[in-house]
Design a protein around this ligand. Structure first.
Ligand code: UDP
Length: 331
């Protein structure tokens, strides 16, 4: 029986990953401090005997969680750690910037120590934000980025960059089994409707008959990956040779302007909503200087090393996501 420890387990990715692993019959010990997630998600799988959840901040020693865990006592091991703990939406991480820096440094180090202690494989959730506002397009893993150290996004961008360096050093110094995955914009069920990401904002605005708010001129681009594709990339990455640490990009190379996305959402949801543009500088943290103007992953490495490519096109993923929010509203 494989024992997985997931930090940030009640976040968007953590919830989907917990569900997937439990469906595979694996054990999941989830940890979250709810700094940027909804509490009800910690109860979603409480009936499953292979699941346990602990409210805890990984900046503090994680052994206290293991001491309380019946599943850990039963199996006496941890095979895989998914370190997803970190707020990921710009308004959220900017509102708790120091905690964001702490979890990307002290928190990451605590989890690496745990991986080292249990000889577990640890997957570190990194991000396309390590490329900053990229000058090279699309972004290859070898591109070193264009990142501002002193701006509203810096706590996240620089935090995630140094987190990668911690992973690299644990591999180099202690041969810890690390996997660094650079996640590009991802969407799907269980995204927190209030966290301010563009897809949830547009879907909810359209469902509520409010106007869709485009920050700036809407010409900025993003590439949107459906959550199920990301989970498949995680699984394939975890199965690679221990010496392969990445970093590996995962994302969907289909690139859309934010205006195109808004138009697509309006085609899919019957609504009186219109598209409006909002001046960026009035909407800090999305000020012009720091909102990346284009983003699209080069996924050649993932294709070659993981044998992975995304399957789900934006149209299809949006349909599934809209369905999820419609059902959520009915409850
Ligand atoms: N955005 C927008 N309207 C919104 C939310 C976001 O136009 O209601 C824009 C935002 O300025 C950015 C893009 O959509 O250019 C993606 O934003 P998101 O917060 O989803 O992700 P990130 O900036 O981290 O890629």
């Amino acid at each position: 029986m494989r024992v997985n420890l997931i930090t940030g387990s009640t976040g968007f990715i953590g919830t989907n990953l917990s569900k997937y692993l439990l469906d595979q019959g694996e054990v999941v010990i989830g940890i979250d401090n709810f700094s940027s997630s909804e509490k009800w998600k910690s109860e979603l799988f409480s009936e499953n005997p292979n699941y346990e959840f602990f409210e805890h901040d990984i900046v503090k020693d994680v052994h206290s969680v293991l001491e309380k865990s019946e599943l850990f006592k039963k199996y006496g091991k941890i095979d895989r750690i998914y370190n997803l703990a970190c707020p990921a939406s710009p308004p959220r991480y900017i509102s708790i910037s120091l905690e964001t820096l702490d979890v990307c440094t002290i928190g990451v180090r605590n989890m690496l120590d745990l991986a080292k202690e249990f000889d577990a494989t640890i997957l570190q959730a990194s991000t396309s934000e390590v490329y900053g506002d990229p000058i090279v397009h699309p972004q290859l893993e070898s591109y070193r980025g264009n990142v501002n150290t002193v701006g509203p996004r810096s706590c996240y961008d620089e935090g995630k960059r140094v987190a990668e360096t911690f992973c690299y050093e644990y591999k180099r110094l202690f041969n810890t089994k690390v996997k660094i995955v650079r996640i590009f914009n991802t969407y799907g069920p269980y995204m927190d409707p209030s966290d301010g990401r563009v897809i949830t904002n547009f879907i909810l605005q359209a469902m509520e008959g409010k106007d869709l708010t485009i920050y700036g001129d809407g010409k900025q681009t993003r590439s949107f990956q459906y959550i199920d594709d990301l989970i498949q990339a995680f699984m394939k990455f975890m199965d690679t040779d221990a010496d392969f640490i990445g970093p590996v990009n995962t994302g969907n190379p289909g690139e859309f302007t934010i205006l195109e996305l808004a138009e697509l959402v309006l085609r899919k949801i019957e609504t009186p909503s219109k598209i409006v543009t909002v001046e960026m500088d009035k909407n800090d943290p999305y000020d012009k200087k720091n909102d990346p103007q284009q983003r699209k992953p080069d996924i050649t490495l993932a294709q070659e090393k993981l044998g992975w490519s995304p399957d789900i096109k934006l149209e299809e993923g949006l349909d599934k996501t809209i369905e999820y929010y419609k059902n959520l509203n009915r409850k």
